[in-house]
Design a binder for this molecule. Structure first.
Ligand SMILES: [Zn+2]
Ligand SMILES: [Zn+2]
Length: 327
């Protein structure tokens, strides 16, 4: 048994699944039970171990598949991997169809092409660009033909037995990341919006930092009452105020660092600016694991996006290369 009851009335169970080759050791699935209805929040990574554990736990909890619906916070591989192996065809799955379409763009290579083009413009060397190609792709792990995909909108309510859960936007980590808020109890199923031990990455689409910042601000506004965060990874968080504030400050401090660096080194490439920044890495750039380097590069791009969007910096195109200077 790997589940534990983390809330009563309505009953909420947290199932902890192992991850492989990732900076986080585990990922959570939640099961909410009220009257005769069940809601599963997220669906783990597609690995044999995770499938075995989750199937066993659903059986032990006597989950009735006919009365089960699913809510997916966001479509990263570790949050919707087991749908197909686990659930009967036709199960209702509430998710963002916007992000779902993006997973299709990733599958046909469109997103990767854009990312490759951006890296080239920012001066990332060819060998590195090739190594980073597949690190962050979205995978389509459930399909319209297998499930009843229901487009989840912020503001809509999701009913589970007697209980009502509000769908809230938490965009930033993915373009249309969604979370669930249970007002009466303060439970907030936050996916990867707020985590402990890691600062969730920002997606490159639009101004991801702005989105993330605004949504964290909105989350802070809920803190006048007891808020219980049910994160996608790690332990349930009571009194998450400090963590939310720290996360909010972290990315904006980093962005300020970029701004200062551009001021000090006008006409530098994005690649040079990113490598010069103070990341929490001890080794020289070449010695950092390529997955981590790729993540750092993407975060750097999102900080640059934000500064561009706010007209604080501008680009100078020099042939195929982009350079930055203060506006
Ligand atoms: Zn994620
Ligand atoms: Zn995750």
């Amino acid at each position: 048994m790997t589940f534990r009851k983390v809330f009563e009335h309505p009953d909420v169970y947290q199932i902890i699944l192992p991850m492989i080759q990732n900076s986080l050791p585990t990922v959570n699935v939640y099961l909410i039970h009220s009257k005769n209805s069940w809601l599963m929040v997220d669906a783990g990574p597609k690995t044999p171990d995770a499938l075995e554990i989750l199937s066993k736990d659903l059986k032990e909890l006597k989950v009735d598949f006919d009365a089960l619906e699913v809510f997916i916070t966001h479509q990263h591989f570790d949050h919707w991997g087991l749908l197909k192996d686990l659930l009967p065809k036709g199960t209702s799955v509430h998710l963002s169809l916007y992000d779902y379409d993006l997973s299709g763009e990733s599958a046909n290579g469109k997103l990767e092409d854009l990312y490759q083009k951006r890296m080239k413009q920012e001066g990332v060397p060819k060998e590195e660009r090739e190594a980073y190609t597949y690190v962050h792709r979205y995978y389509r792990l459930a399909d319209k033909k297998d499930f009843k995909l229901v487009n989840a909108h912020p503001g809509d309510e999701l009913q589970v037995g007697d209980e009502s859960f509000k769908i809230v936007s938490a965009s930033g980590h993915t373009p249309d990341h969604l979370v669930l808020y249970h007002k009466r109890s303060g439970m907030y199923f936050c996916g990867d919006q707020v985590l402990v031990g890691i600062n969730p990455s920002i997606d490159l689409s639009f101004d991801g930092l702005d989105l993330m910042g605004n949504n964290l601000k909105r989350l802070k506004s809920l803190l006048d009452k007891e808020l219980i965060l049910m994160p996608g990874h790690g332990e349930v968080m009571h009194s998450p105020h400090e963590r939310i504030q720290a996360l909010y400050e972290h990315h904006f401090t980093r962005t300020q660092d970029f701004y200062k660096r551009i001021k000090e080194h006008p006409y530098a490439s994005g690649y040079d600016l990113i490598r010069q920044n103070k990341w929490s890495i001890e080794d020289s750039w070449d010695k950092v694991f390529f997955v981590k380097r790729s993540l750092i590069i993407r975060q750097g791009f999102s900080y640059l996006n934000h500064l561009l969007e706010k007209n604080m910096i501008e680009t100078i195109e020099n042939g195929e290369q982009m350079r930055y200077k203060i506006s």
